[in-house]
Design a protein around this ligand. Structure first.
Ligand SMILES: Nc1ncnc2c1ncn2[C@@H]1O[C@H](COP(=O)(O)OP(=O)(O)OP(=O)(O)O)[C@@H](O)[C@H]1O
Length: 227
C-alpha cells in the first residue's frame, strides 16, 4: 500500500478577477521510504503540490490518503495531530526562532510532539554535525548551519514523512549539495519518506524518483526532459 496516495488533486488561486489553475487533477502515489524530488519550471506548482500532500493546503477537489487515512476529511485538530505525529517540514528560509538557541529550536517540536527530550535534541544536533553549536543563536550560525539545525528539528521526533521546500535554495552549490546529501542519508537511516521540492536538477539525481511538475500535471521524469 502507498504511504501517500493523491487522487485528482485540483487547486487554483483567484487574484482579483483572474483565476490561476495550478494543479489540474494530479494523481500520484509515494511508497514508504521513497525519496521523491518534485522538479519543474518556476510557477509550475511544485510548492502548492507539496503543501497539499503535506497537509498544509487543502485541495479544492481530490483526496490525499496517508496510510489509509483521508487527510482532509479529518477535523483541523486531527489533521494537526497527524502532522505533528508523522510529518515534519524543512523550508528554504529555515524558520528558526531567532531568540532561541540551536538546542532550544530543536526542542520545540520535541515538546509539541511529546516524544523527545533534551538528550534526543542533542542527539539530533550531533547527527547533523553541530555538537559544538548547541548554545548558538541562529544569527551566530552560517546559512548551512542554520539549515542543519532545521534538519535536526525535522528529525528529532523521528517522523515517517519529511517534506522539504527548496531546502538548499539559500545555500551555495557546495553547501547545498552537502545539506541535500545529509538529508538523504538521515532519511535513509530512519526509513523516512522524503519529498523535496527543488529547482536544482543536479541535486534531484540523488533521489529514488523525480516527478516533473508541468502544466498542472506530474510525470515521472528523466531530469533531461526539463532542460
Ligand atoms: N496564495 C496564492 N495566491 C495566488 N496565487 C498563488 C498563491 N500561491 C501560489 N500562487 C500561484 O500559483 C502558481 C504556482 O505556485 P507555486 O509556488 O506552487 O509554484 P512553484 O513551482 O513552487 O514555483 P517556484 O519554483 O517559482 O517556487 C504560481 O503562478 C503562483 O503565482
Amino acid at each position: 500500500m502507498s504511504l501517500i496516495k493523491a487522487t485528482n488533486l485540483h487547486r487554483g488561486y483567484s487574484v482579483g478577477k483572474k483565476r490561476i489553475e495550478v494543479l489540474h487533477g494530479i494523481d500520484l502515489s509515494i511508497q514508504k521510504g521513497e525519496k521523491v524530488f518534485l522538479c519543474g519550471p518556476s510557477g509550475a506548482g511544485k510548492t502548492t503540490l507539496m503543501y497539499t500532500l503535506a497537509g498544509l493546503e487543502q485541495p479544492e477537489q481530490g483526496s490525499v490518503i496517508i496510510d489509509g487515512i483521508d487527510l482532509y476529511k479529518l477535523s483541523k485538530k486531527q489533521q494537526a495531530k497527524l502532522r505533528n505525529a508523522r510529518m515534519s517540514y524543512i523550508f528554504q528560509n529555515y524558520y528558526l526562532m531567532p531568540e532561541l538557541t540551536a538546542l532550544e529550536n530543536v526542542l520545540v517540536p520535541a515538546m509539541i510532539g511529546g516524544k523527545a527530550n533534551t538528550d534526543a535534541a542533542k542527539a539530533a544536533l550531533d547527527r547533523v554535525g553541530l555538537s559544538h553549536r548547541y548554545d548558538h543563536l541562529p544569527a551566530e550560525l552560517s546559512g548551512g548551519e542554520q539549515q542543519r539545525v532545521a534538519i535536526a528539528r525535522a528529525i528529532v521526533n523521528q517522523p515517517e514523512m519529511i517534506f522539504a521546500d527548496e531546502p538548499t535554495g539559500n545555500l551555495d552549490s557546495k553547501n547545498g549539495e552537502q545539506v541535500m546529501q545529509l538529508l538523504l542519508e538521515l532519511a535513509s537511516q530512519d526509513h523516512a519518506t522524503l519529498i523535496v521540492v527543488t529547482h536544482d536538477l543536479s541535486l534531484a539525481q540523488f533521489g529514488d524518483r523525480t516527478l516533473i511538475v508541468k502544466d498542472g500535471n506530474v510525470a515521472d521524469g528523466e531530469v533531461a526532459t526539463l532542460t
